[in-house]
Design a protein around this ligand. Structure first.
Ligand code: ADP
Ligand code: MG
Length: 620
């Protein structure tokens, strides 16, 4: 065993750097926070090659006193707290005094700063921890810090860096958090000399949200606000029709700091319960202001998690504020019934809409049953036998068109007419096969009683099986666009798409780079010929950027299957021709679990003859 030795400050800093500086985005976060703490009104961020070559941040803040030059890069040196007690009344973003020391240890670091009362500023350079004497220099008031070749002297770390596009995605996210929490700041972000964001200062949070997320979302944001026991909650939550396939649209800020909190996320989910589909996440921008002494911000190296003295109070306040708001606004009235996308699903999911449809349905069923006369001779028709269980292989074989089944020609975007009456074990023309009600549900007589089928859910399920078979066989029919569709994204998002171009190709989507954040969509899957292709790509980006961990290929395939089958399926509100109804019912037995659409919603409700008889007092 070796003897114990005190580590040198350089080693200590490298260890600390490992905790705080995980990737270029961490540098951007720490330096932006420093500029905010220095009361800057304008901050410019310049990045090259995803931050691995250069990160330069310039602010017009208070600057640093020349005598403190060396302290900026000494560890445990800060201007923000003095004593341990101060830890419980932190009013600044930083306080640990280790960020710049850590960064300077693992990069080529230079800093220039001047305070307003000094005619000249100073300049300081550190090369992988090797300091050169600070020198006076002329510079504008404020601070500029340049970080080049991050992790130049920790090759393992440098090797772990992802593509510039991915790293830029993380940087953009950090930038977004600071920008949303500080709308009074003028902020800009450039990558490889191209402007990604230039955000003028504004008093109104909503203006900034609109710049980031577009007018369409901004219009659907609902203001919420409450104050209880010294805790103020305010911000915007999106109407349930606006939602995402990941939790990435949920922003929560505590005393101006972006945080993650399991308990508060849970409160959000609860607040939206019943308003969103399974697997969809709300979009929220919420700010909590709590007395500094009621929260410990020193429990996580990057301070993204905090500990509340009483988290139950916050949980209840968040939940009740949102719930009350949702009850007081007319969520339905504002629903946008466009035929496409998750919006319509959200509508189908609102309890009120469902309840109303259900009431009508029960009334209708009552009439039908009252008029119903049992008869031997009319040759009652049935659904195709649902009970034949198909193996996964069979489904794939059928769905991929290897065998001659209706599924092979079914999902061409439009419902297909079944010409071959021999397929039908009922006498056409005697009775309709099913009745469509509310352009949304199919009511069919079955041997046991009646079944009410959600047309969208069933079709989605069929499309899912079909697409799955085709994707696995790498045989998705796709159509080349004569004129490729250009889609503007952030550089990070474009990078993600390109990284996954091969996988997307398997889904029939042709993606090509066009420089910067622009991508070209060159091919699309035929089954989605009616979908909004731009929106499709935006949703794909959502899926790819997932939350936190990089999703596995399998997860991605699964998510994409769900999303695309949902988009390809007929919507609620779509009137079906009798042939289309037939065709849909005809396919019903082709899916393994026809009772549930891939979202987990049931596709059919069954009311047995016995239940009906009981309800109407026909005791047999
Ligand atoms: P902390 O923010 O935790 O105090 P840092 O290592 O991030 O630690 O910064 C060390 C000190 O350097 C800060 O306390 C602050 O006094 C000074 N400093 C850093 N960046 C700036 C800046 N952009 N403007 C003014 N002062 C700065
Ligand atoms: Mg700091």
């Amino acid at each position: 065993m070796s003897r114990i030795q005190q580590l040198t400050p350089a080693v200590v800093n490298k260890i600390a750097a490992g905790e705080v500086i995980e990737r270029p985005a961490s540098v951007v976060k720490e330096m932006l926070e420093n500029s905010v703490d220095a009361l800057a009104t304008r901050i410019e961020v310049e990045v090259a090659a995803g931050g691995s070559e250069l990160i330069r941040i310039t602010d017009d803040g208070e600057g640093i006193h020349p005598d403190d030059a060396l302290l900026t890069i000494s560890s445990h040196a800060t201007s923000k707290i003095r004593s341990a007690e101060d830890l419980f009344s932190v009013h600044t973003m930083g306080f640990r005094g280790e960020a710049l020391a850590s960064i300077a240890e693992v990069s080529q670091f230079s800093l220039r700063s001047r305070q307003a009362e000094n005619p000249r500023g100073f300049e300081l350079e550190v090369n992988g921890g090797q300091l050169s004497e600070p020198k006076p220099c002329g510079c504008p008031v404020g601070t500029t810090i340049e970080v080049r070749n991050l992790f130049c002297n920790t090759p393992v770390r440098r090797k772990f860096l992802k593509t510039p596009a991915t790293e830029m995605g993380h940087i953009t996210e950090q930038f977004t958090r600071i920008a949303l929490a500080n709308s009074r700041l003028h902020l800009s972000l450039r990558h490889n000399r191209k402007v990604i964001y230039d955000l003028p200062a504004t008093e109104k949070m909503i203006d900034r949200l609109e710049l980031f997320y577009g007018a369409e979302l901004a219009e659907k944001l609902i203001w919420v606000e409450s104050e209880q026991e010294g805790v103020r909650l305010w911000g915007y939550v999106a109407h349930p029709s606006q939602n995402k396939s990941t939790a990435k649209g949920q922003y929560l800020f505590l005393n101006g700091r972006w945080i993650q909190d399991r308990s508060l996320n849970h409160a959000l989910r609860e607040a939206y319960r019943g308003l969103l589909m399974v697997g969809r996440y709300p979009i929220t921008f919420l700010f909590l202001e709590v007395p500094a002494e009621s929260v410990d911000v020193n429990v996580h190296p990057t301070k993204s998690e905090v500990r509340f003295r009483d988290s139950q109070i916050l949980y209840r306040q968040l939940l009740s504020t949102l719930r009350k708001k949702f009850l007081s606004v007319d969520l339905d009235g504002r629903l946008n019934v466009e035929g496409d996308g998750p919006r319509e699903e959200a509508q189908a999911a609102t309890p009120e809409v469902r309840a109303e449809a259900q009431r009508d349905l029960v009334a209708w069923a009552g009439e039908q049953v009252a008029a119903w006369k049992p008869s031997e001779s009319t040759g009652t028709w049935e659904l195709p036998p649902r009970s034949i269980p198909l193996s996964a292989a069979e489904i794939e074989e059928r769905a991929s068109g290897a065998s001659e089944t209706p599924a092979a020609d079914f999902p061409a975007g439009e419902m297909q007419t079944q010409q071959d009456a021999a397929h039908h074990d009922f006498h056409a023309g005697e009775r309709p096969r099913a009745m469509q009600v509310h352009d949304c549900y199919l009511v069919v007589e079955t041997e046991e009683g009646i079944a009410v089928i959600d047309q969208h859910a069933l079709h989605e399920r069929i499309m899912y099986e079909h697409l799955r078979g085709r994707v696995l066989a790498d045989d998705v029919e796709s159509q080349r666009l004569l004129l490729p569709e250009t889609i503007e994204l952030s550089a990070g998002e474009a990078g993600l798409l390109l990284e996954n171009a091969e996988l997307l190709g398997q889904f029939g989507l042709g993606i090509e780079g066009f420089g910067g954040g622009t991508v070209l969509l060159t091919r699309y899957p035929v089954m989605l010929s009616r979908a909004n292709l731009r929106q499709l790509i935006l949703d794909v980006v959502d899926q790819l950027s997932g939350s936190g961990e990089k999703p596995t290929r399998r997860d991605l395939i699964d998510e994409l299957l769900h999303m695309m089958s949902c988009k390809a399926a007929i919507k609620a509100g779509h009137r079906l021709s009798p042939e289309e109804i037939d065709s849909l019912l005809e396919q019903r037995h082709l899916v393994d679990d026809a009772h549930h659409c891939p979202h987990g919603r049931p596709t059919a409700l069954v009311l047995s003859r016995a239940q009906l008889d009981r309800q109407f007092g026909r005791l047999g």
